[in-house]
Design a protein around this ligand. Structure first.
Ligand code: PRE
Length: 364
């Protein structure tokens, strides 16, 4: 027993030495990435190389052989690679603010902690920031596994010229929070309309006589709760820390596996990663079987349609645009061929972007 105890300082000494080596290697890696960045400048090449990043993860996961916990390994290397990438080119990311919203969390999950984050007041503002080139990227929610599409995001694609650069899935767990952490103090529950809807049953059962108040974002609700002891908020775990709130009840969503998919928008889609998704916005010809013609092309070209969603065109009664997501990159032969054929069949055709598919096993 004592012998074992006495070993602790020696083992700690070894851990210190390993940590120093890791740190030295991290510095070396950063310096290599900066050199690659300079060479890419000379060749005018894109800094972000999703295929290379994918290869790194795949190789490391194989090498690891499940010894180090896989999800932890992925997130450690995610932080390392994004930091190296950002050392080549800074990225400012606009998100639906204020701080600590789920969009903010999704941004950190995608870009890591080294990026600069800029809170915007509305989803429209996130698009405008990117379109005007005031930030390199924006992050916007596009669909939730329980509530479905986020219409304001889809509508913005009709009004702003941006491209989709990536997607990120975030498993959302809702917390009821307030200043004291005591449910008796809550006289109003504030949150964004989507979380309020996602916790409807729980609220009906546990706080039947407490009114709900929809506000712009979960971050805004958390801010209100921080300023008023009688307001409870439904907010993220990041909001609890940011606004120094106490948890009343964790995980109050009505269904487990509540996941939101966010899109990363920017000016230019990245090169192929080998596992990509392509998004289109199309208008149908006004003739019978128009939608069928589109689906036939996809089937003939062996294109896997992941999603189709229609939205009314504002100011044109009973006219719709369709959002299509398919598996593959615009530079893949069959997607390119399929898109050429769709252009001939559609009254409107816009390629919204091709980007690496989110790795669903890294949801957090
Ligand atoms: O290999 C490259 O092209 C690099 O720029 C290095 C690096 C990395 O840190 O590993 C960084 C950014 C790229 O997206 C891919 C990989």
């Amino acid at each position: 027993m004592n012998e074992k105890k006495d070993n602790i300082p020696a083992i700690r000494h070894e851990i210190d030495s390993i940590d120093n080596q890791i740190l030295e290697l991290l510095k070396k890696r950063l310096s290599c990435a900066k050199q690659v960045g300079l060479l890419k400048n000379e060749g005018n090449r894109a800094k972000w190389d999703p295929l290379r990043e994918r290869e790194i993860y795949d190789r490391l996961l194989k090498e690891n052989n499940d010894v180090f916990p896989t999800d932890a390994l992925k997130s450690i290397f995610h932080e390392i690679i994004t930091t190296c990438r950002l050392s080549q080119k800074k990225a400012e990311v606009a998100f639906l603010g204020p701080e600590a919203t789920f969009s903010h969390l999704a941004g950190v999950k995608y870009f890591g902690h080294s990026a600069e984050y800029k809170a915007a007041d509305t989803i429209d503002d996130v698009f405008a920031e990117v379109e005007k080139g005031r930030t390199s990227y924006g992050i916007v929610p596009v669909e939730n596994s329980i509530e479905g599409a986020v219409f304001s995001t889809l509508d913005c694609f009709m009004n702003y010229k941006v491209q989709i650069c990536g997607e990120v899935r975030l498993e959302i767990s809702h917390n009821l929070v307030c200043r004291s952490g005591d449910i008796q103090d809550i006289q109003t529950v504030a949150s964004h309309a989507q979380p309020l809807a996602q916790c409807r049953e729980w609220l009906r059962r546990h706080l039947p006589s407490v009114p709900t108040l929809p506000v712009f974002s979960t971050g805004a609700a958390a801010q209100m709760a921080a300023n008023n002891p009688n307001i409870g908020a439904i907010a993220s775990s990041l909001a609890i820390k940011t606004y120094e709130l106490q948890v009343v009840v964790k995980g109050i969503e009505d269904y487990r596996g509540n996941t939101t998919r966010f899109l990363v928008i920017g000016k230019k889609s990245p090169d192929p990663s080998g596992r990509d998704r392509t998004s289109l916005l199309i208008g149908l010809m006004d003739r019978p079987g128009a939608l069928n013609e589109i689906l036939t092309v996809l089937s003939e070209e062996d294109i896997n349609l992941a999603k189709i969603e229609s939205r009314p065109i504002k100011g044109k009664q009973w006219k719709y645009l369709f959002f299509l997501d398919m598996m593959g990159h615009i530079r893949d032969d069959k997607i390119d061929r399929g898109c050429q054929r769709l252009k001939q069949l559609c009254s409107y055709f816009e390629w919204l972007g091709s980007y690496p598919q989110a790795d669903s096993s890294t949801d957090s």
